[in-house]
Design a protein around this ligand. Sequence first.
Ligand code: PLP
Length: 349
Amino acid sequence: MKNIDLRSDTVTLPTPAMRKAMYDAELGDDVMGEDPTVNGLEALAAEKVGKEAALFVPSGTMGNLVSILTHCRRGDEVIVGDQAHIFIFEVGAASVLGGLQVHTVPNEPNGMLDPQSVIDAIRGENIHFPPTGLVCLENTHNKCGGWALTLEQMDSVCLPLKERGIPVHLDGARVFNAAVALEVEVKELARNVDSVMFCLSKGLCAPVGSMVAGREEFIRRARKYRKMVGGGMRQAGVLAAAGIVALTEMVDQLAEDHSNARALAEGLMGIEGIRLEQRHGVQTNMTFLTVVADWITPPELLTALGGEGVKVGYYGKGVFRAVTHHGIEEEDIHLALEAFRRVMKEGVA
Ligand SMILES: Cc1ncc(COP(=O)(O)O)c(C=O)c1O
């Protein structure tokens, strides 16, 4: 039985080209700035996202944290969406480690933040208020169905903030998925943000690593925060080598993940007892569905699918997430749909 793991695109394995590049990588001590492969990856990443410089970090969570610490001073407030990964899934790091207060504004169903709500959340001059230090956007938006924000949407939030001198950080863990779906360059999507974090270790298949990019001076300070939180790695070129392959060879194939996700969603829509959650449709590699059947509970569905070799993620309240990625072929989507149909039809004995 084939294992069809749709829990996340983080389960992707390094490609043969990555393993070879890792084996062959030229190495040095990166904390001393002497790992040529890391330096090469950082230059490449900066170029891809249209920023002056970039920094290799072990994870997206650390990349967001380091960016936030670099932008803000203790006591500042950070404006984020109430469905943001930074708010929900990063263990409160900005508050715990940065001494920052998080101020949420509601995410719209597509992950967008209403520009006026962001402006209204900015603190004015008042002895009682913490200063607003940063606004964070997320693109694609994980909890909002992997939807991609367009250039115009990004700019409608970023430009008024630029006028007010408030920096914007983009949690672009999957910004390459956004760019592929929208048929634009990442550098265009990131043109009006001050910093961007993106992950090499998700749909781009690298085993480890994320990048933070921004102005040279920002990255110089971020490098110090990376050291502070324990992210200074030594012969990290062995990992960065896979990152270079991720950026040079793996971006275009994301389109296949997106079409597989749409095929999965279309198939799921035809199954009684399943409701597709994404009001805006499936645009990138994520499908969110709710089980509305009274003959099978969410834990029963998870177990029964698992018995068929199909793994999906459970988000609570009946909501499941299925993520397509490299290693999931069109044929696997048919197999997964057959498993869903059998399980939903038969229920649980
Ligand atoms: C939108 C978003 N930001 C940040 C992260 C954190 O990345 P990591 O798991 O590498 O810490 C994730 C991980 O899934 C994510 O989906």
